[in-house]
Design a protein around this ligand. Structure first.
Ligand SMILES: [Zn+2]
Length: 402
């Protein structure tokens, strides 16, 4: 059974990403150094995400055509939330990017996959889990991409024009001298304030009981949970009725054991195994991502940064509200959370007078990319080990130190 299911997935559910990999294989491009780098970048992004995301999140990315890279983000999905992903790409042509979301389990189960220029989609599930979002453009493309991820509560707020500060009594507080605990939250407002369905569903029961007074029970289609609205002044629905999110189910009051208390809604969520704390299912979130760790204006530029080995050139891959990702001079991706771009570079070394060529890497195997003339003007940009990084006649590269 499992085998049949797996093979159907392989045959009929090939993702845009996998289909692109297949086209690289068929054309033989996968065997070129660029092709190999593209495929290994995608695999590495899945095995070792570049950045752990704190929500709400924003990242600006610039993929350079000469450096095939993928970038990936690890984030936690909570069962009480829904995540909105917004991906925008700005390329010269109509190029999109591959957007793939995986559950971070041993199988890396893929849950979303697109090849798109712009998209907004919502992710929700019954279970808390870690996700990996991977973004990768096609080969040989310069592409800017913006990624935004916002967390919102899974359910709508149940009181019209209400806010978090109206929630004044929480889950688990003792009731009746400790004989029972509070199985919900209380949201205060004026008597008669409309009480709104928190999600689409069906009204299961409309009744009166001793503790809750006038109550409404709603069953949610999607998650098999029951919503309990209590202490209503009056009910506005009847059993069996289908409701949409935002429909009025009743009006706030203080019926039942709330008759000596200010008007409020007692709001509860019941699952197959009893009541759960409803707070995070409805509490409104901060949805504005923090400031980017570095201005996006540096994307696509080469910067020289100080490291413990010297002052080295790097190419920024992304700047986000949490980190800065760059490719170092060897092409390896690194993640840091602070980069000083204002520091003046001071290098007191000189080129070795016997040097004749500027080479592409700071190693003896480096390939010559231009002639070097020690008598012409040049600008030293950085250094590492025995090599200086410099610019002469618009060429940047490495020469041996004196
Ligand atoms: Zn209550």
């Amino acid at each position: 059974m499992v085998f049949v299911f797996t093979s159907c997935q392989t045959i009929f559910n090939i993702s845009p990403y996998e289909s692109y990999v297949k086209s690289l294989e068929t054309s033989g491009i996968s065997k070129s150094s660029m092709g190999k780098k593209w495929i290994s970048s995608g695999q590495n992004a899945l095995l070792k995400p570049n950045e752990s995301v704190k929500l709400p999140f924003k990242s600006e990315i610039f993929f350079r055509e000469i450096a095939p890279n993928a970038i990936s983000y690890r984030l936690k999905y909570e069962e009480y939330a829904k995540l909105t992903f917004k991906i925008t790409s700005k390329g010269k042509d109509n190029n999109g990017v591959y957007v793939d979301i995986f559950v971070d389990n041993p199988n890396k189960s893929r849950v979303k996959n697109f090849y798109v220029k712009d998209t907004i989609f919502v992710y929700e599930d019954n279970n808390t889990q870690n996700l990996i979002l991977r973004i990768q453009p096609q080969l040989l493309i310069n592409q800017y991409v913006t990624v935004e991820i916002i967390e919102n509560p899974k359910l709508a707020f149940p009181v019209k024009n209400g806010s978090n500060k109206d929630i004044q009594s929480f889950w688990g507080v003792e009731r009746d001298g400790g004989q029972r605990r509070h199985e919900g939250v209380d949201i205060f407002n004026k008597k008669g304030t409309p009480i709104l369905a928190v999600e689409d569903g069906t009204i299961a029961r409309v009744e009166t009981n001793i503790l809750g007074g006038k109550v409404v029970w709603q069953r949610l289609g999607s998650f098999g949970q029951s919503i309990y609205y209590a202490h209503l002044d009056s009910q506005a629905v009847s059993a069996g009725q289908a409701v949409k999110k935002g429909d009025i189910v009743g009006f706030m009051g203080n019926t039942g054991n709330a008759k000596y208390t200010a008007s409020h809604l007692h709001f509860g969520i019941y699952t197959g195994s009893g009541a759960i704390d409803p707070l995070l299912y409805i509490q409104k979130r901060d949805t504005i991502p923090g400031k980017l760790k570095l201005s996006e204006k540096y994307l696509g530029d080469e910067l020289v940064i100080k490291t413990e080995n010297g002052q080295v050139p790097v190419n920024l891959l992304s700047v986000s509200s949490g980190a800065i990702n760059y490719a170092d001079y060897l092409g390896n991706l690194q993640s840091i959370n602070h980069m000083n771009t204002n520091g003046k570079i001071k290098v007191k070394f000189k080129p070795n007078p016997s040097v004749q060529n500027i080479i592409n890497e700071p190693f003896s195997e480096g390939i010559p990319i231009a002639k070097f003339n020690v008598k012409e003007t040049f600008k030293i940009l950085g250094y590492v080990d025995n090599y200086l990084y410099l610019e002469q006649n618009d060429v940047k590269g490495w020469v041996l130190k004196e």
